[in-house]
Design a binder for this molecule. Structure first.
Ligand SMILES: NC(=O)c1ccc[n+]([C@@H]2O[C@H](COP(=O)([O-])OP(=O)(O)OC[C@H]3O[C@@H](n4cnc5c(N)ncnc54)[C@H](OP(=O)(O)O)[C@@H]3O)[C@@H](O)[C@H]2O)c1
Length: 305
């Protein structure tokens, strides 16, 4: 049995769609509030705010799942700077709650936790799993603190770190860089895009596959699971424009300094994926293959809505 937290989110939704109706897996999807997925069969849904300690303890005690995939988090990097208490509750205390619940109620449960390239300062990317973290933002700090809770716990855990996740969700309540760039350029809007930050964007389906593989292989330890293509953010936007035949002259290169975002971003991250290739059989798509998959899903979404 697998229990997913944050099942309304981008990764959470992909996990539910990949796992529901699988004969070999009983799936419990949990999210804050109502279930926002279009498909509500093939799994059981329970409302769960992971900051509520008692609720976490009680659901783990009730189901005693083989694995928990913890996809819930406060992922808005700038919001974390403005509401540090909320970010701490969402990103650190939830992990403490899950560790306590597993330790006391279901010690055999494996916890798959999701983390981020923002735990690094971006001075020496691409990074290996054992490289020294040094977060620049409060979001990165909370995600690193959550990791430290796991290192010190005596439960069975795996941490999958990832970078800029893109894809579409049922309700499209949140955007991501690929959809944002495509949407704006299609409307003929000019875009200011940073030319001094480098990342490896990750297709949400690839990340979901990595999580499922970590469950199946009973993986332990830290894994870097991003996309395999490394590029600057402006190149990413140019590649989206090229894919759709959109006007690249609308894209204006700017430096991170001019953008003046509330949270400081690491200049150059990216991951070395060898361990995930070897131990999780991780096989991420190229960025262009990823955009194609998203495009097919957007077409299906439009046809059904
Ligand atoms: N997205 C990225 O670019 C990125 C990059 C690096 C790492 N990650 C990590 O990957 C993981 C998955 O992220 P994602 O892309 O799927 O993010 P997402 O789309 O923002 O989903 C996160 C989900 O967590 C839910 N959530 C927040 N607080 C909660 C709480 N207290 N109780 C229950 N649910 C709560 C949110 O609920 P609502 O929908 O109700 O707000 C949302 O559905 C996260 O750990 C994130 O830190 C993501």
């Amino acid at each position: 049995m697998i229990l997913v937290t944050g099942s309304n989110g981008l990764l959470g939704q992909k996990l539910v769609y990949k796992l529901r109706n699988r004969a070999d897996i009983q799936l419990i999807a949990t999210a804050r509030g109502e279930n926002r997925l279009a498909e509500q069969s093939g799994y059981e849904f329970h409302s769960l705010d992971t900051t509520h300690r008692d609720a976490v303890l009680s659901i783990i005690e009730h189901f005693k799942p083989d694995s928990v995939i913890h996809a819930a988090a406060q992922t808005n990097v700038d919001a974390c700077e403005f509401d540090k208490e909320g970010a701490w509750r969402a990103n650190v205390e939830t992990v403490e709650n899950l560790i306590e619940a597993i330790k006391t109620k279901s010690p055999k449960t494996q916890l798959i936790h999701l983390s981020t390239d923002f735990i690094f300062d971006g001075e020496n990317g691409p990074y290996r799993e054992e490289d020294e973290p040094n977060p620049l933002s409060y979001y990165g700090t909370t995600k690193l603190e959550a990791e430290k809770r796991l290192y010190a716990s005596e439960i069975h855990w795996a941490i999958l770190r990832t970078i800029i996740v893109y894809g579409i969700t049922d309700n499209m309540s949140r955007s991501n860089i690929v959809l944002w760039a495509k949407g704006a350029l299609e409307k003929g809007q000019a875009l200011d895009v940073v030319n001094d930050q480098y990342r490896s964007p990750t297709l949400a389906e690839d990340l979901a596959d990595a999580c499922i593989s970590a469950v199946m292989k009973e993986a332990q330890g830290i894994f870097h699971t991003s996309g395999k293509d490394f590029m600057s953010i402006i190149e990413l936007v140019y590649r989206v424009a090229d894919y759709y035949g959109l006007d690249k002259s609308l894209v204006k290169p700017v430096s991170s300094k001019t953008l003046n975002q509330p949270a400081k971003r690491p200049p150059k991250t990216g991951f070395i994926l060898d361990k995930a290739y070897r131990e999780l059989d991780y096989r991420p798509h190229s960025f262009e293959e990823g955009i194609k998959i998203v495009e097919e899903q957007v077409k299906m979404f439009r046809a059904n809505n």
